[in-house]
Design a protein around this ligand. Sequence first.
Ligand SMILES: C[S@@+](CC[C@H](N)C(=O)[O-])C[C@H]1O[C@@H](n2cnc3c(N)ncnc32)[C@H](O)[C@@H]1O
Length: 443
Amino acid sequence: MTKIGIETGAEVPGSSLAAAGKTFLEFFAGIGLVRVGLEPSGWSCVYANDLDPKKRKLYAGRFGDDDQFHLGDVWDREQVLARLSTPAFLSTASFPCVDLSLAGKWKGLDGAHSSAFFGFTNVLEGLGERKPSLVLIENVTGFVASRDGQDFESATRSLAELGYWLDAFVLDAAHFIPQSRPRVFIVGVHDRLGEPPMARRGSGGGWLVDPWVQRIERAGKSIRPSRLVELMKRIKLPTGWAAFRMPLPDGPRRDIAELIDLDDAQDWWDEPAVVKHHDMMSDLHRRHVDGLLAAGGTHVGTIYRRKRYGKTRAETRFDGIAGCLRTPKGGSGRQIVVVVDRGRLRMRWMSPREYARLQGVDNFPLGENTIQNLYGFGDAVCAPVISWIDAHILTPVYEWAREGAENHPGRPRPLRSLLPREPAEDAAPFARELETPKIREMG
Ligand SMILES: C[S@@+](CC[C@H](N)C(=O)[O-])C[C@H]1O[C@@H](n2cnc3c(N)ncnc32)[C@H](O)[C@@H]1O
């Protein structure tokens, strides 16, 4: 069969869109919540990789024990490449975050765990012409801050050196689910795709303000925080920066009370444990809880235990969202449910089912071991966030490329006719008014 390369029309074995279809590779697959987020729109996983057999078991519980899952170290490049026989359009990589946080002592991308990112780029390099047209990277927001931006710079450079144009943004799971979980995402679009519907830096030219600058500066600060924008402006990439339209997600999010089980069948703590945690609260938090007890009604909140100035504190929140799920290392990694129920104070560990709900996968099949379930969900991505990125970026780029490959094999598609024309939803109203039609067209 002749395989037509999207960008050139030349024969490029294995890299053609026709051969790839709407397929993806799932690196650092964990329990597979990237896959959960992508499958509803028709993405098909052709390869998943992770080195943790316990995560693999949970993955298999959800997706079946198929041979797409490669249990192995991403650094074993030859092993990985040998398994990557099917070309894919997209590759995802939610690489380990531990070294990009205080917990990992900010070792950054030199750390034993987070350096696996370069194992991933090493595989991409090994794929040569067969490397996916799109990549999606996910990590904690500490990735942007780590070592004063140097880690973000070396990661984005290494992707750009492989031919990807990059966009970066932050999305918080709290837009979709009652969990505070901001994460930074990088989308890479391979240069060979031509000009998908995104603004490339420097594409304005002449007297026009660069549409890329406009787009990243006008986006909501929660999506494109100043520190990230600063870095994107400062870092010079061998390809360049791009910017997709990023409306602020405005979908309804549920209140934590809807996801927490209140019935007596739960493992509620006995009174001494509740009193102990009530005593561990700061005066401010205890006064708040006591106020809710006096007020009556039912109030659902969460607690994390944290060391503050040498003392362990029970930090409560009753703002309708849970704290960020973590892996349950020590007593501080595990989230506690606190309920003020008509004058009665109740507490217990948050259950694996509730963890699943807070990652947007209410019915995910649980494993037998509670701690392994909590590890799996605590380390995972929030599936609705991935679906949102898919709906706004991944699938539109895929559809754009597919249409181009079908209608104009070998010709990059004209940019302007393909761009959505409605004003950016994330732009401040005054900025929208100032947009000239020309700029709006450019996105
Ligand atoms: C942040 S978690 C990814 C979670 C996943 N996206 C999910 O939704 O469950 C990072 C994963 O990388 C895996 N990992 C760490 N180092 C690795 C390596 N060298 N090779 C392959 N996988 C690795 C860990 O086992 C962990 O599951």
